[in-house]
Design a protein around this ligand. Structure first.
Ligand code: HEC
Length: 142
């Protein structure tokens, strides 16, 4: 084996080791992130886009959304009950309508979607549990 190749292989091994040490989420959370990623693409990305950037003037961004990160229960409420009317995201007003997408999803699936959203694209939010989603569903809103 040439020395150049050896150096490349060692560098790759170190990168893999560093990535696994740096992984911020536990294994159970990683599985929930994977489930949430797929469900997000199926249920949310048509409007909010796969990268969470939204569409200016029509669909608010989820990536780096101050609204989402300062109030995860509000986000659960939007998904479970939908929302029509004004909402301000990062200083920009939206006055649209989001249907109650969560009606056909389980509490755990909604929790996984929001855990994915809150921990992707530069968001550093908390994780969301199925029990928290169940609480919002029972309360009929915020
Ligand atoms: C049919 C289009 C559409 C779909 C599908 C959709 N949304 Fe929305 N979403 C909107 C609109 C429009 C708003 C702004 C509502 C308003 O102005 O009252 C919004 C607002 C939000 C907000 C609050 C504002 C923000 O950017 O932080 C969150 C959180 C959110 N959506 C999450 C989701 C998630 C998670 C899904 C999938 C489970 C989803 N949405 C699916 C259209 C959609």
């Amino acid at each position: 084996m040439g020395r150049g190749l050896q150096v490349v292989l060692v560098a790759m091994l170190m990168a893999v080791a560093a990535a696994s040490i740096a992984a911020p989420l536990h294994t159970a959370d990683a599985l929930r992130m994977r489930n949430g990623h797929g469900l997000f693409n199926d249920n949310c990305s048509a409007c909010h886009q796969r990268d969470g950037a939204g569409l200016p003037g029509a669909f608010p961004n989820l990536a780096k959304s101050d609204f989402l990160q300062t109030c995860p229960p509000c986000a659960i409420d939007f998904v479970v009950n939908g929302h029509t009317g004004r909402v301000i995201v990062n200083g920009k007003p939206y006055d649209g309508s989001m249907p109650p997408i969560g009606t056909g999803l389980t509490d755990q699936d909604i929790a996984d979607i929001l855990t994915y959203v809150l921990n992707s694209w530069g968001n550093h939010g908390p994780t969301v549990t199925g029990a928290e989603v169940a609480g919002v569903r029972r309360g009929g809103g915020r």
